[in-house]
Design a protein around this ligand. Structure first.
Ligand SMILES: [Zn+2]
Length: 172
């Protein structure tokens, strides 16, 4: 028996956004963080006006310094961006390693012919190594299960059952 898993993409399988109910109720603020110098840009619903890190960290502010990089990490909420900066700091201190953001994982179900079918994707905000173990975390505005989007919770159950891994909900 082959250990390699074969995937086929089912029509209509696509990623969706995983926002908790409370997240949706709150006014969401998009946030960008420079990958080079970790400057944080809060522009609310507006798109970042300059494609480079120019130090204008809120909309309409004058350019002030910045590293000139055009590589940014985007976060759908300022709370998630804050959590990322905390993890990035831990990584720079050597407390964690291999920090990956917004990783996507196929959710599988066996088809009638025994071949696994990709029925959707599950995105995990933060995956990293700590004390020799892989940590998987998803940032939410609230840790209360009642506040989570039912579809996201279903995907979470599917992912954890399929992989045997645990995803921890984190908040600030
Ligand atoms: Zn920068």
């Amino acid at each position: 028996m082959s250990t390699a898993r074969r995937y086929v993409f089912e029509r209509g399988a696509r990623a969706s956004k995983f926002n908790s109910k409370r997240d949706a109720q709150q006014r969401r603020r998009d946030c960008w963080i420079c990958r080079q110098c970790f400057r944080r840009y809060d522009f609310g619903k507006a798109k970042k006006s300059s494609p480079v890190c120019d130090g204008a960290v809120v909309q309409g502010a004058p350019a002030r310094g910045g590293c000139g990089s055009s590589e940014f990490e985007h976060f759908p909420s300022s709370g998630e961006a804050t959590y990322y900066l905390r993890l990035a700091n831990f990584e720079s201190l050597g407390a964690i390693s291999g920090l990956q953001l917004h990783t996507r994982h196929p959710l599988l179900a066996p088809g009638p012919d025994g071949v696994d079918v990709v029925i959707g994707m599950f995105e995990i905000d933060f995956v990293y190594q700590r004390d020799g173990a892989t940590v998987r975390e998803d940032y939410k505005g609230s840790a209360d299960p009642k506040d989570q989007d039912p579809l996201w919770l279903w995907k979470l159950r599917h992912y954890e059952r399929q992989t045997g891994y645990t995803v921890t909900i984190v908040t600030n």
